[in-house]
Design a protein around this ligand. Sequence first.
Ligand code: GDP
Ligand code: GDP
Length: 437
Amino acid sequence: MARPVIAIVGRPNVGKSTIFNRVIGDRLAIVEDKPGVTRDRLYGSGEWNGKAFSIVDTGGIEIDGEDEIMKSVRMQAELAIEEADVIIFMVDAKAGLTHADDEVARMLFRSRKPVVVAVNKVDNFNRMDDVYEFYSLGFGEPIAISGSHGLGIGDLLETAVEKLPEPKQDEYDDDVIKVAVIGRPNVGKSSLVNALLGEERVIVSNMAGTTRDAIDTPFERDGQRYVLIDTAGMRKRGKVYETTEKYSVMRALKAIERADVVLVLINGEEGIIEQDKHIAGFAHEAGKASIFVVNKWDVVEKDEKTMQQFTQSIRDHFLFMTYAPIVFLSAKTKQRLQKLIPVVNHVSEQHALRIQTHLLNDVIADAVAMNPPPSDKGKRLRINYVTQVAVKPPTIVVFVNDPELMHFSYQRYLENKIRGAFNFEGTPIRIYTRRKS
Ligand code: GDP
Ligand code: GDP
């Protein structure tokens, strides 16, 4: 089920990234601890009272020219209005109410999106007078918080989560493979969708304006049903807006949430850039199956080593996604296009693979026998039992004497052994360590 999105909007320096980091903080430590995952995050996931959500810090949009702050806040607000389910509008108690705050408030108000006003830098909760002036923004009771002291964050999340829409039920049957096509502008997303659909294109569902987020196109091939979730459809924004990284990332994020398999498009002509990593990183974090699709292969000058070199370059840039297969093709000439669907089917199966407990325990027992966990300050990790608790993505719980003793490198060793035995190609695996003696 797709997680709803909460966006944080506000002037530079009000404390957006401080709060963002606090919200995603704990989870980050549990879920991924891998080198190579980007640290400069635009989005993360959080949970409050059992409700999971994605959270986006819209800050950091940089624009040149005069009136820079106003422009950047305006753009953040537009982005949030378009993409978020609930908006946290952050203001600064120390600075007080500013003209920019007023203008953003007007934009948010017109959009009718649910808004929570968070008044940050209230470091002393005995001084609530600073907070009341923000009532005038017109969004009800402002929530006092302090990012640096960690105060009021629970109240803020409580209020925001209450305003989230009910989670949408899955729109498609379970046996439909949902495929998101993501990548930066101009990489060839629309072209790939068109090439895949060919004559089968269902025109109706592709009309501009039928949906704002993404365009879904169902199709069937050899008895298997698919839905393509295409984020490329909407092009009405100005150039600055369109090329803003946050914009494409946020659109990608929503498509990824709804997908089983993510096609991460890379421009074969231009190679890999930082933005590709951000986009791919989210597919990884969201626990989706992924395939790297190197497009525009028709215009790449090739010799017998080119494919191997490009593969190496992808592996070097995406250290955290070595499980993802790579397909080289041209959406334009349809060269090698027929290779893609079989790989989609394969990773989709792997994503839903469930390994019997006794087989899993045999593999772990062998792994431990071959390379016992190192001891730490006289204590040694003991693994009692391993079981797979979920699919999509495969999620494995390791019961041990003391979770603190499970080191990252040993966990990675176990993951490699599990992959060696069962493959899990194309899908991330989640491994959690729990205490049980
Ligand atoms: P952003 O630009 O909105 O993302 O703001 P940052 O999170 O980068 O914070 C801007 C500055 O405000 C930093 O120097 C923070 O340390 C500071 N700051 C954040 N939260 C608080 C707070 O609750 N109280 C005080 N006094 N300073 C804070
Ligand atoms: P999107 O922004 O990711 O949807 O990209 P488009 O599908 O609109 O493609 C952007 C440009 O790249 C267009 O001019 C396409 O014709 C071109 N293009 C897309 N795929 C290929 C390809 O495989 N080879 C070549 N040479 N050009 C391509």
